[in-house]
Design a protein around this ligand. Structure first.
Ligand code: 9MR
Length: 459
């Protein structure tokens, strides 16, 4: 199912046109069904591109201080299409003195990522840890106000640039109590978490808002159940929560368990997205990495996987060598297992929630740019999003302009360097040396209109 740029998508209305529409719709449905067949192989050669072909992202934590390390950024730019600042968006980094905000290091990461088509996860707005000393010594209503102001200021500053925020991090106790963690924030009142989510929604209505925690992987654990009950309660009362992050720091004391997929799917069934947010595994066993990725791919609402660092030497647990690249930046066996899982993984079996739009019925026209042609092709479609692929012919130094229909949003791109207009709906994609085929994921947000190629020009 292809659309050349500048194709006229207006529906025709005569009997022949109706026949054409029915036939074309049947073909599209067949193509869509095929896209949901398990085991569809794809030719992705990097983590990000392979994940994107499955409608997911593959991300990493990034430290601003390492962006000057060429080995590090080469791997980052080649392999990943999502980034989480490891420490630079935390409270002590962004508001070191009360009311005085500091965004430099976070912006460095955000700009690096977005200029290369990577999305950004924001981490984290409200947390008992890594508080600046002024906040650590606060309590009661003054702390509540300061926390809400922090959430509002930081989320407003990065509005439109962060696809998902860890609004609240690690608010539950470990062990069997299922209780909230006893922190200065908790002592401001049990409603501090929902208050933080409401403030974040008001500040950045377009971002997904996540609750993020560790030791919530085993479905039978009290902490997992406690977080589940909180999310269920929030959904039932309309508290604005969109996603749950599973840090997934696996080690010998806190190993991966086979009911992890049950945990992800059970949360997703509450009506939230799920994300693997800080994955690292002691010793980096390939089979375990593979299982985690397969579990995510098996759950339609699992948006993607973030590993907590690139090379073992970048890890907060470097001695456990828990990552996908060794300290020299070479791929480990776990890398191969993850890539294979992304390429061979089954796509979710649940059908799209909205019927696809009628495909175009008119022949292509010549693009105004004149000297190259861009052809848009539908790719995989999920319940909330779809992929498109654009093939350019006629030039290697191309610039292609693509528009999506609001409230659609492009959440991921691959094999090109994108910039957006101020509305965020028109993407200008430039060749970046990765060839003449680029792709992108569009979050439908209820609208399934196909993106339109507006022009193809030679730079
Ligand atoms: O990786 C982070 C490390 O550089 C910091 O020193 C540490 C400070 O608390 O935080 C690490 O990241 C944590 C993340 O923000 C929340 N989940 C646990 C992560 C590992 O400790």
């Amino acid at each position: 199912m292809t659309e050349r740029c500048q194709g006229d998508t207006r529906p025709r209305t005569g009997p022949r046109a109706r026949t054409a529409i029915v036939l074309a719709a049947a073909a599209l449905l067949a193509a869509t069904s095929a896209a949901f067949l398990p085991g569809t192989a794809s030719a992705g050669t990097t983590l990000g591109a392979s994940a994107a072909e499955k409608g997911r992202y593959f991300g990493t934590a990034v430290a601003a201080s390492r962006l000057s390390d060429g080995n590090y950024t080469t791997i980052l730019n080649r392999e990943f299409n999502s980034v989480t600042p490891e420490n630079e968006m935390k409270i002590d980094a962004t508001e070191p003195q009360q009311g005085r905000f500091s965004y430099g290091a976070a912006e460095q990461i955000v700009n690096h990522a977005r200029s290369r088509g990577m999305s950004v996860r924001g981490h984290t707005l409200a947390w008992h840890s890594q508080q600046p000393s002024w906040m650590e010594s606060m309590s009661g209503s003054a702390l509540r106000s300061a926390m809400l102001n922090h959430v509002t200021q930081v989320a407003t500053h990065f509005r439109g640039q962060v696809v998902a925020w860890d609004v609240v991090n690690e608010a539950f106790e470990d062990g069997s109590s299922g209780a909230r963690r006893n922190s200065n924030l908790q002592r401001t009142g049990n409603d501090w978490i929902e208050a933080a989510f409401r403030a974040a929604r008001a500040a950045d209505p377009g971002a997904k808002l996540c609750y993020n925690d560790y030791n919530t992987d085993n479905w039978t654990h009290a902490k997992t159940q406690a977080v589940y009950n909180m999310v269920r309660d929030f959904k039932s009362r309309g508290v604005p929560i969109d996603c749950v992050g599973f840090q997934s720091h696996f080690n010998n004391d806190s190993p991966y368990v086979s009911n992890y997929r049950t945990t992800l799917s059970s949360f997703a069934a509450l009506g939230v997205d799920v994300q693997v947010t800080e994955l690292d595994i002691q010793g980096a066993p390939a089979a375990t990495y593979r299982s985690v990725v397969e579990d995510c791919l098996a759950v339609a609402r699992c948006n993607g996987v973030t590993v907590w660092g690139i090379r073992d030497s970048d890890s907060w647990r470097a001695s456990q060598t828990p990552l996908l690249f060794n300290s020299s930046g070479q791929k480990k066996a776990a890398y191969d297992a993850v890539l294979a899982a992304l390429n061979n993984g089954t796509t979710p079996t649940d059908p799209p929630t909205t019927p696809p739009t009628t495909p175009p019925t008119t022949p292509p026209t010549t693009p105004p740019g004149g000297s190259c042609t861009a052809t848009l092709q539908d790719s995989t479609r999920w319940g909330d999003r779809f992929n498109s692929q654009v093939t350019v012919s006629g030039a290697s130094n191309w610039t292609v302009v693509v528009a999506v229909t609001p409230p659609q949003k492009v959440s991921n791109t691959w094999n090109g360097s994108p910039t957006w207009d101020s509305s965020g709906n028109v993407m200008t994609m430039r060749s970046n040396g990765s060839g003449n085929v680029f792709g992108f994921t569009t979050m439908a947000n209820g609208t399934w209109t196909r993106p339109v190629v507006r022009s193809c020009t030679v730079s």
